[in-house]
Write a protein that binds this ligand. Structure first.
Ligand SMILES: Nc1ncnc2c1ncn2[C@@H]1O[C@H](COP(=O)(O)OP(=O)(O)OP(=O)(O)O)[C@@H](O)[C@H]1O
Ligand SMILES: [Mg+2]
Length: 245
C-alpha cells in the first residue's frame, strides 16, 4: 500500500518579510520549507540575509510580516521559542556570540545543564562531545583565549552537546585549517540529522548537502550549480567534457 500521507515540514516560512529598523527590506515575501532528513546548503552573496534568516528561525529577530511554523506550530512569542531553542541548534556566525563561560567545559556543559541534566551528566556529555570534535584536553582552557578555529570548534561542541534534531550552522568552516575542515566534513556527513549549512565553500557544500538554495531580492531560490558541479565530477565520464540532458 502506498503511503499517501504528506510529511509536514519541520520548518515552514510563508511570505516572511523583515527589515532592520529604518533599513531596506532584507527578507521580502520569503518562502522556505525544511523537511526531516533534508541536508540543505545556503550559499548567497554577503549581505543577502542568510544570517538574518537563521536569527528569525531562532526567535532572535521578529519578522514584520508572514508566518513561521516550527515543528508544526506557529511561533510568535518568546515562549514559543523555548522548545525551538532546545530542539534546533544554531551555530552563530561569530563564535564570540556563542561562547560566554570562563572555561570550555563550562560552556559546553551549559546547554545540557539547561536541559535539566545533573552536573555530572552535563560534564560527561560535554567531555564526550569535545572528544568527538578532537578537542580532548581543552576542558579547562580559558574560552576567550582560544584561537579563532578553536573557538569555532568549541562553539560547535556547545551546539552538539544539546543533541538537537535540527542544525542551523552559519559558516561552520570559517577559520578552520584544511585538516580540521575535512574532519568536520566527515563528522557532519555522519550525522543522522536535518540541517541547513550557510557557507561560501562550494566543495564543502557539495560534500555535506543534497540540495542548495541561494537568496536573491530577499527570497530563497533553488541553486543548481553546487550539485550540478559535483555531479559532473562524480560522473563515470570523469573530466571528459560531456553534455547532460
Ligand atoms: N543589526 C543590524 N542592523 C542593521 N542592519 C543590519 C544588522 N544586521 C545585519 N544588517 C544588514 O542586513 C543585511 C543582511 O545581513 P546578514 O548578516 O543577514 O547577511 P548575510 O547573508 O548573512 O551576509 P554574510 O555572508 O556577509 O554573512 C546586510 O546588508 C547587513 O548590513
Ligand atoms: Mg551571515
Amino acid at each position: 500500500m502506498t503511503d499517501t500521507h504528506q510529511p509536514s515540514p519541520l520548518i515552514a516560512m510563508r511570505g516572511v518579510c523583515f527589515n532592520y529598523p529604518g533599513g531596506p527590506p532584507i527578507l521580502n515575501d520569503l518562502d522556505f520549507e525544511l523537511f526531516r532528513g533534508e541536508r540543505v546548503g545556503l550559499v548567497a552573496p554577503n549581505g543577502s540575509g542568510k544570517t538574518t534568516l537563521f536569527h528569525i528561525l531562532m526567535g532572535l529577530l521578529k519578522p514584520c510580516a508572514g508566518e513561521v511554523r516550527i515543528f508544526g506550530r506557529p511561533v510568535h512569542r518568546e515562549q514559543d521559542f523555548i522548545e525551538v531553542r532546545q530542539r534546533i541548534g544554531m551555530l552563530f556566525q561569530d563564535a564570540d556570540d556563542q561562547l560566554f563561560s570562563p572555561t570550555v567545559l563550562e560552556d559546553v556543559a551549559f546547554g545540557p545543564l539547561n536541559l535539566g541534566k545533573s552536573r555530572e551528566e552535563a560534564a560527561t556529555i560535554a567531555r564526550r562531545t569535545l572528544a568527538r570534535l578532537g578537542l580532548e584536553g581543552f576542558e579547562n582552557r580559558v574560552t576567550f583565549r582560544l584561537s579563532g578555529g578553536e573557538k569555532r570548534l568549541v562553539s560547535l561542541a556547545t551546539v552538539l552537546a544539546m543533541e538537537p534534531e535540527v542544525l542551523l550552522l552559519d559558516e561552520p568552516t570559517t577559520g578552520l585549517d584544511d585538516k580540521t575542515r575535512h574532519t568536520l566534513t566527515h563528522l557532519i556527513v555522519a550525522f543522522d540529522l536535518t540541517y541547513v549549512l550557510i557557507s561560501h565553500n562550494v566543495p564543502f557544500l557539495a560534500a555535506t548537502t543534497d540540495k542548495t538554495y541561494s537568496m536573491e531580492g530577499g527570497r530563497i531560490l533553488l541553486d543548481e550549480t553546487v550539485h550540478f558541479h559535483e555531479h559532473v565530477h562524480a560522473h563515470r565520464h570523469g573530466q571528459v567534457p560531456h553534455q547532460h540532458e
